[in-house]
Ligand binder design. Structure first.
Ligand code: NAP
Length: 244
């Protein structure tokens, strides 16, 4: 029997990298996707040195033809897929009055259309797995909203609706589809915030600290495990209590 295979998008840094390290350590072979091939190769070399079986697939997950090529690659390299983690995401923040249509489109295409494209392409392989799993990395902002992030909040709320619909469609086939909604997590995405923005965010976290990629990876690890076989259509907030 070959190892179970997990495909992680947006996988070479931040939350995606933490998820990859965790699932690799737990015995998954990894298919890693993102746009930057150099960054993917550097991260894959790090994982390989730790004994993880890993292959990289450069792809813009908002582009249908690149997603098609990605799955051709996964089929050829591994011939199976057991877990899909849709993690790739971007922000283009701004108050609605000033938000450009291109900022709306970029965020909706990268964060939401990608989930449609990648999940649909993954279905054939996932349904063959005895333990098919999808985990979509949304955000607490998709649950609560956030000023200056109408595009991002819409994309992340859209992921939740999509996941619940898909969970209902495939529950009888043993495919579980769930959402992890991180709060304020240390990564490149939050590094660019100024001190005032960071202080405001910290003030809204009952736990009093930012989260880490490892906090999110632990939740993903549970949701892709055999222990979560009866959990589908759920939103697990990993947010230090922000959205309770
Ligand atoms: P990050 O450090 O900016 O990493 C984002 C990853 O997504 C990168 O690997 C990037 O690689 C990839 N990516 C971006 N656009 C892509 C595209 N079109 N096609 C393929 N890959 C793409 O972000 P992060 O903080 O780790 O966030 C990961 C996920 O968690 C995102 O969905 C984000 O919305 C969500 N999240 C983050 C936080 C937080 O506080 N950090 C909170 C809630 C939710 P390339 O640039 O090479 O493509």
């Amino acid at each position: 029997m070959s190892k179970p295979v997990a495909l992680i998008t947006g996988a070479h840094r931040g939350i995606g990298a933490a998820i990859a390290k965790k699932l690799g350590a737990e015995g998954f072979a990894l298919a890693l996707a993102a746009r930057s091939l150099d960054a993917l190769n550097a991260f894959a070399a790090e994982l390989s040195a730790q004994g993880v079986e890993v292959a990289v697939f450069p792809a813009d997950v908002s582009d249908a033809s690149q997603v098609e090529a990605l799955f051709k690659g996964v089929q050829e390299k591994f011939g199976r897929l057991d877990a899909l983690v849709n993690n790739a995401g971007i922000t283009r923040d701004g108050l609605l009055l000033r938000m450009k249509e291109e900022d709306w489109d970029a965020v909706l295409d990268t964060n939401l259309k990608s989930v449609f494209l990648v999940s649909k392409a993954a279905l054939r392989l996932l349904l063959k797995s005895s333990q098919g799993r999808i985990v979509n990395v949304s955000s607490v902002v998709g649950v609560t909203g956030n000023p200056g992030q109408s595009n991002y909040a819409a994309s992340k709320a859209g992921m939740i609706g999509f996941s619940k619909a898909m969970a209902r469609e495939y529950a009888t086939k043993g495919l579980c589809v769930n959402v992890v909604a991180p709060g304020f997590i240390e990564s490149d995405m939050t590094d660019h915030l100024n001190e005032a923005q960071k202080a405001a965010a910290l003030g809204a976290i009952p736990a009093g600290r930012m989260g880490s990629g490892d906090d999110v990876a632990a939740a993903v690890s549970f949701l892709v495990s055999a222990s979560a076989a009866y959990v589908t259509g759920q939103v697990l907030c990993v947010d230090g209590g922000m959205a309770m």
